[in-house]
Design a protein around this ligand. Sequence first.
Ligand SMILES: [Zn+2]
Ligand SMILES: [Zn+2]
Length: 103
Amino acid sequence: MSGHYTGHGSMAAHKAHLADNEPDCAQCAAYVEAWRDAHGWGPLDLRPCGTSAALRRHERNGEPIDEACRKARARIKQDYEAVRPPRDRSAERRRRSEWRAAA
Ligand SMILES: [Zn+2]
Ligand SMILES: [Zn+2]
Protein backbone atom coordinates (compact mmCIF):
# COMPACT_ATOMS: atom_id res chain seq x y z
CA MET A 1 0.00 0.00 0.00
CA SER A 2 1.43 3.35 -0.96
CA GLY A 3 0.18 5.35 2.00
CA HIS A 4 0.31 8.79 0.39
CA TYR A 5 -3.37 9.30 1.07
CA THR A 6 -5.38 9.01 4.23
CA GLY A 7 -9.02 8.73 5.20
CA HIS A 8 -9.74 5.18 4.16
CA GLY A 9 -13.37 4.22 3.92
CA SER A 10 -14.18 7.04 1.46
CA MET A 11 -14.69 7.34 -2.28
CA ALA A 12 -11.50 9.40 -2.58
CA ALA A 13 -9.44 6.68 -0.93
CA HIS A 14 -11.14 4.02 -3.03
CA LYS A 15 -10.21 5.92 -6.18
CA ALA A 16 -6.67 6.29 -4.91
CA HIS A 17 -6.45 2.52 -4.54
CA LEU A 18 -7.71 2.16 -8.11
CA ALA A 19 -5.25 4.71 -9.39
CA ASP A 20 -2.42 2.84 -7.71
CA ASN A 21 -3.68 -0.42 -9.18
CA GLU A 22 -4.09 -2.03 -5.82
CA PRO A 23 -7.11 -3.67 -4.18
CA ASP A 24 -9.24 -1.73 -1.73
CA CYS A 25 -8.32 -2.10 1.89
CA ALA A 26 -11.03 -3.53 4.15
CA GLN A 27 -12.36 -0.07 5.04
CA CYS A 28 -12.59 1.09 1.45
CA ALA A 29 -14.07 -2.21 0.26
CA ALA A 30 -16.79 -1.92 2.89
CA TYR A 31 -17.42 1.70 1.92
CA VAL A 32 -17.74 0.88 -1.78
CA GLU A 33 -20.03 -2.04 -1.07
CA ALA A 34 -22.31 0.18 1.00
CA TRP A 35 -22.21 2.86 -1.69
CA ARG A 36 -23.17 0.40 -4.40
CA ASP A 37 -26.00 -0.99 -2.30
CA ALA A 38 -27.24 2.52 -1.65
CA HIS A 39 -27.14 3.31 -5.37
CA GLY A 40 -28.76 0.05 -6.40
CA TRP A 41 -25.68 -1.29 -8.14
CA GLY A 42 -25.42 -4.60 -6.36
CA PRO A 43 -22.07 -6.32 -6.05
CA LEU A 44 -20.14 -5.44 -9.18
CA ASP A 45 -18.21 -8.69 -9.20
CA LEU A 46 -21.41 -10.69 -9.49
CA ARG A 47 -22.57 -9.14 -12.73
CA PRO A 48 -23.06 -11.87 -15.34
CA CYS A 49 -20.89 -12.23 -18.41
CA GLY A 50 -22.08 -10.24 -21.37
CA THR A 51 -22.29 -6.95 -19.46
CA SER A 52 -19.85 -4.09 -19.57
CA ALA A 53 -19.20 -4.63 -15.86
CA ALA A 54 -18.17 -8.24 -16.46
CA LEU A 55 -16.04 -7.18 -19.40
CA ARG A 56 -14.24 -4.59 -17.30
CA ARG A 57 -13.78 -7.17 -14.58
CA HIS A 58 -12.06 -9.55 -17.01
CA GLU A 59 -9.83 -6.77 -18.29
CA ARG A 60 -8.98 -5.60 -14.79
CA ASN A 61 -8.14 -9.12 -13.63
CA GLY A 62 -6.30 -9.98 -16.83
CA GLU A 63 -8.73 -12.84 -17.45
CA PRO A 64 -9.47 -14.20 -20.92
CA ILE A 65 -12.49 -12.57 -22.53
CA ASP A 66 -15.15 -15.20 -23.06
CA GLU A 67 -17.64 -15.37 -25.93
CA ALA A 68 -20.46 -13.52 -24.16
CA CYS A 69 -18.20 -10.68 -23.12
CA ARG A 70 -16.55 -10.46 -26.54
CA LYS A 71 -20.00 -9.93 -28.05
CA ALA A 72 -20.82 -7.38 -25.39
CA ARG A 73 -17.63 -5.50 -26.19
CA ALA A 74 -18.52 -5.34 -29.90
CA ARG A 75 -22.02 -4.16 -29.03
CA ILE A 76 -20.75 -1.49 -26.63
CA LYS A 77 -18.32 -0.25 -29.27
CA GLN A 78 -21.09 -0.05 -31.87
CA ASP A 79 -23.36 1.81 -29.48
CA TYR A 80 -20.55 4.18 -28.69
CA GLU A 81 -19.83 4.85 -32.33
CA ALA A 82 -23.54 5.35 -33.05
CA VAL A 83 -23.91 8.09 -30.44
CA ARG A 84 -20.50 9.68 -30.78
CA PRO A 85 -20.75 12.95 -32.66
CA PRO A 86 -18.42 13.38 -35.63
CA ARG A 87 -15.12 14.90 -34.61
CA ASP A 88 -14.95 18.56 -35.29
CA ARG A 89 -11.31 19.11 -36.05
CA SER A 90 -11.64 22.82 -36.69
CA ALA A 91 -12.86 23.33 -33.10
CA GLU A 92 -9.94 21.26 -31.86
CA ARG A 93 -7.43 23.32 -33.77
CA ARG A 94 -9.00 26.53 -32.52
CA ARG A 95 -8.81 25.28 -28.94
CA ARG A 96 -5.18 24.34 -29.34
CA SER A 97 -4.22 27.74 -30.67
CA GLU A 98 -6.06 29.33 -27.76
CA TRP A 99 -3.97 27.24 -25.38
CA ARG A 100 -0.84 28.41 -27.14
CA ALA A 101 -1.99 32.00 -26.86
CA ALA A 102 -2.70 31.54 -23.15
CA ALA A 103 0.68 29.94 -22.45
ZN1 LIG B 1 -8.32 2.16 1.68
ZN1 LIG C 1 -17.19 -12.84 -19.30
